[in-house]
Design a protein around this ligand. Structure first.
Ligand SMILES: [Zn+2]
Length: 194
């Protein structure tokens, strides 16, 4: 096979769930695209380099601060702590949360070699000032998510903020991003003080 095509197939295989067969199918599909579409595709890949993490909350952004941290319409008194960026989308879809976010970038999982220093946690404590009244811990309803929530709850006790957690009743093993927005909304509305 010609080197350009071989390189492309090799690259496409980096995506989760994409094996040799799918990568080849994608590569051959790209060969059929007109040059202007390929240019657009290439430039949108290059634009990924301009995306960084918001230094305040860990959300992806192309600006200095993310859209939530710099929005005058969000309430800085409440911070919702989630594991991943996709969980922010799940909370946003409920339409009832108007506070700010903090993205941990994962959960504690010693089995997978993920320990506290790997997570975006110390920056959360630094954010807590007089304007913050409540921290909602919205980690996923998994064993690792629970362990992370328990740790955070303990650590936050020494801060003068209300700590709450999503109501139980979420299916165990799930991930906020795969739950219906009605389920997430109910667990947010019925969140429990810690
Ligand atoms: Zn932010």
């Amino acid at each position: 096979m010609i080197p350009a095509l071989e390189d492309l197939i090799e690259f496409l295989r980096i995506f989760p769930g994409i094996g040799e067969k799918s990568a080849r199918r994608m590569a051959f599909y790209l060969l059929k695209l007109p040059p202007e579409k390929l240019d657009k595709f290439a430039s949108s890949i290059m634009a990924v380099k301009s995306i960084s993490k918001c230094p305040r909350c860990g959300m992806f952004t192309q600006d200095e601060l993310c859209e939530y941290c710099r929005s005058p319409h969000r309430e800085p008194s409440t911070i919702c702590v989630v594991e991943e960026v996709r969980d922010v989308e799940a909370i946003e879809q409920t339409g009832i949360f108007k506070g700010l976010y903090h993205i941990l970038g994962g959960h504690i999982s010693p089995v997978d070699g993920i320990f506290l220093p790997d997570l975006n946690i110390s920056s959360l404590f630094k954010r807590i000032d007089d304007s913050v009244q409540e921290i909602i811990i919205a980690t996923n309803p998994t064993l690792e998510g629970e362990a992370t929530a328990n740790y955070l709850t303990e650590q936050l006790r020494s801060y003068p903020v209300k700590i709450s957690r999503l109501a139980t009743g979420l299916p165990i093993g799930g991930d906020l991003s795969i739950l219906s927005s009605i389920t997430v909304r109910n667990s947010l509305q019925n969140r429990k003080d810690q």
